[in-house]
Design a protein around this ligand. Structure first.
Ligand SMILES: [Zn+2]
Length: 132
């Protein structure tokens, strides 16, 4: 697979390592030979490219990425979605103050189920990604 094959995201043909989170080496399932580690730049959009460490089979050209790298790609896709505001749902919530903390309420129509915590990933000093 050549680099230009990554131009369209739908065209990505990369398998994920089964259990390997951050593999040091990988063997091709089909050929049973050691795969070559290489770094590629995968364009997520016109503005965002994500650097991924992949393993490539020198014989059949099969490519595999570890789960940690898959997570990196995932995050890049999230950031891209936020930047382009594509399919982005945003809403405003009122902030209450209890003397120490600011509190906002999450509408139950959005959460679909019971949640006891949310994950907040800061993006900027006044921006964060909230997941539940
Ligand atoms: Zn192979």
């Amino acid at each position: 697979m050549k680099e230009q094959d990554f131009e369209k995201l739908e065209g990505i043909k990369v398998s994920f390592g089964k259990t390997a989170l951050s593999p040091k080496s990988m063997y091709c399932d089909k050929c049973d030979i050691k795969m070559i580690k290489s770094a590629i730049e995968m364009p997520v959009s016109d503005y965002i490219k994500v650097k991924l460490n992949i393993f490539k089979c020198p014989k059949c050209r099969e490519q595999i990425i570890g789960l940690d790298e898959a997570k990196k790609l995932d995050e890049a896709l999230i950031i891209n979605r936020l930047l382009t505001k594509e399919n982005a749902l945003s809403f405003k919530r009122h902030l209450s103050f209890d003397g120490n903390n600011y509190i906002f309420r999450l509408p139950s129509e959005l959460t679909k189920g019971k949640h006891k915590e949310v994950k907040i990933t800061p993006i900027e000093s006044n921006e964060a990604l909230i997941e539940w």
